[in-house]
Design a protein around this ligand. Structure first.
Ligand code: MG
Length: 427
């Protein structure tokens, strides 16, 4: 039931109030005090109310944080037995879902399985009528998160354009940057769950307005978030979108002291620029990166998709802190374009193919790919071809199969070969 980042599906079709009620009952059967928050999606409050009802029925004390980003709720959840965030992150508007946190970090596999088990068997603890839970509100979550960020960042008078994508970041990122001293220009910063300005995923094709605005305004940088603001991507002072691998390298170079964690689809650039730092590679999904950081005590972890984890703040990817930290870096070190250009880049090509039967397709892909080189199955299928690597894996959140190819000298060719295999398998 849990994908790589919680439970997710189309609202009122896969994720119904009935399922949400059961989910609340399951969580409430284990955790007596729960913080709940939601993003601005059209269906968020419908699902949140059903979850809260389940929690109360199980006898839990529930505290609502309101419309907040995921990292804000994750931070607030540290004062409770767990936290539930109602969000579908970067997915299109029709989706909804829930992510669960304990101690500021996503539920691990064992904690997820406990909930799944209760859901499957419908074994819930309905409290007796006089012991049903009570409901309260917390109004300090945004301020507490802002304070935690401001305490860890220096001031700046840079000019920054922020594109919140009409998501949850609208209520925090522009204000935090303004309090740092920045001149802030905003785009799509009215929360709106129909996402009228752009799709919520902060990928380059959705950020043309941000690129244009940074150039037109002569800004020092541009920031873009996904729907629940655990992700952050950026545009440099020349209006160029910065790739995920470069962003990862930029942060890692400055945060890493002894160890970092990255998923298997990360560029080998990171190995070449971080001498002496232990680099753990994990399954794809920020929850696995966070789990690894929890184990190794590493100083930084991230995913090229835009999820940056700074354990000094929390083990939940934090797009708002990442934005503040990037501003601080540019303030200290000078023009972002220059910093970005100083990082080497190996040709990487990524793609995705719609696929309804991922299991069957992956079996066929496995057979065909094994002819290309040495196979590794930590997550999906990774083939090392000697002059590069190919990773093919089913998406944890969508009916898609994703391909990543990196090769210094024959990226296009390798991509054509691998994507040919995948497109035939999904047909
Ligand atoms: Mg997200």
């Amino acid at each position: 039931m849990f994908g790589s980042s919680g439970i997710r599906g189309v609202a009122n079709k896969e994720i119904t109030p009935g399922l949400a009620l059961d989910f609340g009952l399951a969580v409430g059967s284990i955790y007596p005090e729960v913080a709940v928050g939601h993003d601005p999606r059209v269906s968020s409050e419908m699902i949140e109310h059903a979850i809260v009802s389940g929690l109360l029925s199980a006898g839990s004390k529930v505290v609502k944080a309101g419309m907040v980003p995921t990292p804000t709720l994750a931070l607030a959840s540290r004062d409770y037995d767990c936290g539930i965030m109602v969000t579908a992150s970067h997915n299109p508007a029709r989706y909804i879902g829930m992510k669960v946190f304990k101690g500021g970090m996503s539920f691990n596999t064992k904690q997820q399985e406990e909930i799944e088990d209760l859901l499957e068997k419908k074994r819930f603890n309905h409290a007796s009528w006089e012991r049903t839970g009570n409901l309260g509100a917390m109004d300090s979550a945004l301020e507490d998160h802002s304070e935690a960020i401001l305490k860890n960042t220096a001031g700046s008078d840079l000019k920054v354009v922020v594109d919140c994508g009409c998501g949850a970041a609208s209520v925090i990122t522009p204000y935090v940057l303004k309090r740092m001293g920045c001149e802030v220009l905003t785009l799509n910063s009215q929360p709106d769950g129909s996402f009228p300005g752009r799709e919520p995923e902060p990928v380059e094709e959705n950020l043309s307005l941000l690129k244009k605005t940074v150039r037109a305004a002569g800004a020092d940088l541009g920031i873009a978030h996904d729907g629940d603001a655990d992700r952050m991507m950026a545009v440099d002072n020349m209006g160029r979108f910065i790739s995920g691998d470069k962003m990862l390298a930029l942060f890692a170079q400055r945060e890493a002291k002894s160890a970092i964690a990255v998923p298997v689809d990360t560029s080998k650039v990171i190995d070449d620029i971080l001498g002496g730092v232990k680099i753990s590679r994990t399954k794809v999904g920020d929850v696995y990166v966070a789990e690894e950081l929890g184990k190794t005590g590493g100083e930084f972890g991230g995913e090229p998709s835009g999820a940056w984890i700074f354990p000094k703040i929390s083990l939940c990817p934090d797009g708002i802190y990442a934005a503040a930290r990037l501003v601080e870096i540019v303030e200290r070190e000078g023009e972002l374009a220059g910093l970005v250009d100083s990082i080497p880049e190996y040709p990487v090509k990524r793609g995705a193919f719609a696929c309804s039967d991922k299991k069957r397709a992956m079996e066929e892909i496995m057979q065909k790919l094994s002819g290309l080189g040495e196979i590794n199955t930590l997550d999906g299928i990774r083939v090392d071809t000697g002059d590069g690597w190919v990773l093919v894996r089913p998406s944890g959140t969508e009916p898609k199969i994703r391909i990543t190819v990196e090769s210094k000298n024959r990226c296009e060719e390798l991509y054509a070969e691998a994507s040919g295999i995948v497109s035939r398998a999904v047909a």
